[in-house]
Design a protein around this ligand. Structure first.
Ligand code: PEP
Length: 249
């Protein structure tokens, strides 16, 4: 059985005080979470706050990105090793906002994935199609390309050591959620593609759904056979909403 994972992606939101309030609010309500593993991914500068507040709790934390490079003259970048020093378990890799606004290619994303694995972080690889790609019947082609950057580029074991997040770009921050059937179809496709290389890794890997997941739709989405939790954006910024999703998982 795959343990569901609910990870909050705070993106570039909040202040030091907001970060502390949010963590404390989530900690205070975490007693109602029965099954899911929970992780919080704050902006880089708030990692020490989150680390201090969560030390000793069962809630994990992670970063929203890592550098594709190990160290050196890369102004403004943050290495996987540095992130690991702050007690992170996870690192989100290849979020569609980074693909879009930072022109991250599949090759760069594969390097980042490898950097995360090399220091013992668990990468959360984001894959997903745009609305235009879906309307042109290209969903499977696009998510296969995103997946293959790691599956073919690094190997099935690397995929088995990480987490995948299917995040249709048209559902992120839009309030439009993929239906449970639409999401399940893509999740099953991704798992079958991994199974063609390794059934064991396909069975073990958690595939999260992300895109306007809320307390009201979480249970139905996560109830699908191949949906193993959620990557949550907007609803992760309100402790009560995030906790409700965690409890539903
Ligand atoms: C995300 O950006 O990872 C995300 C899922 O955002 P939202 O929940 O706001 O759609």
């Amino acid at each position: 059985m795959r343990q569901p994972l609910v990870a909050g992606n705070w993106k570039m939101n909040g202040s030091k005080a907001d970060a502390a309030d949010l963590v404390n609010g989530i900690k205070a309500g975490a007693g109602n979470i029965r099954k899911a593993e929970v992780a919080l991914c704050p902006p880089f500068p708030y990692l020490p706050i989150v680390e201090n507040l969560l030390a000793g709790s069962s809630i994990r934390w992670g970063s929203q990105d890592v550098s594709s490079e190990t160290d050196g003259a890369f102004t403004g970048q943050v290495s996987a090793r540095m992130i690991h020093e702050f007690g992170c378990t996870y690192a989100i890799i290849g979020h569609s906002e980074r693909r879009m606004f930072n022109a991250e290619s599949d090759a760069t994303i594969a390097k980042k994935y490898q950097q995360a694995l090399a220091v013992g972080l668990t990468p959360i690889l984001c894959v997903g199609e745009s609305l235009e790609e879906r309307e042109h019947g290209k969903t499977e082609e696009v998510v296969a390309r995103h997946l293959d950057a790691v599956l073919e580029g690094i190997g099935a074991e690397a995929i088995g050591s990480g987490v995948i997040a299917y995040e249709p770009v048209w559902a992120i921050g839009t309030g439009v959620t993929a239906t449970p059937e639409q999401a399940q179809e893509v999740h099953a496709f991704l798992r079958q593609r991994i199974a063609a290389k390794s059934q064991a890794h396909a069975d073990a890997v958690r595939i999260l759904y992300g895109g306007s997941m809320k307390p009201g739709n979480a249970m139905e989405l996560i109830g699908q056979g191949d949906i193993d939790g959620g990557l949550i954006g907007g609803a992760a910024l309100k402790a009560s909403d995030f906790l409700a999703i965690c409890a539903a998982a």
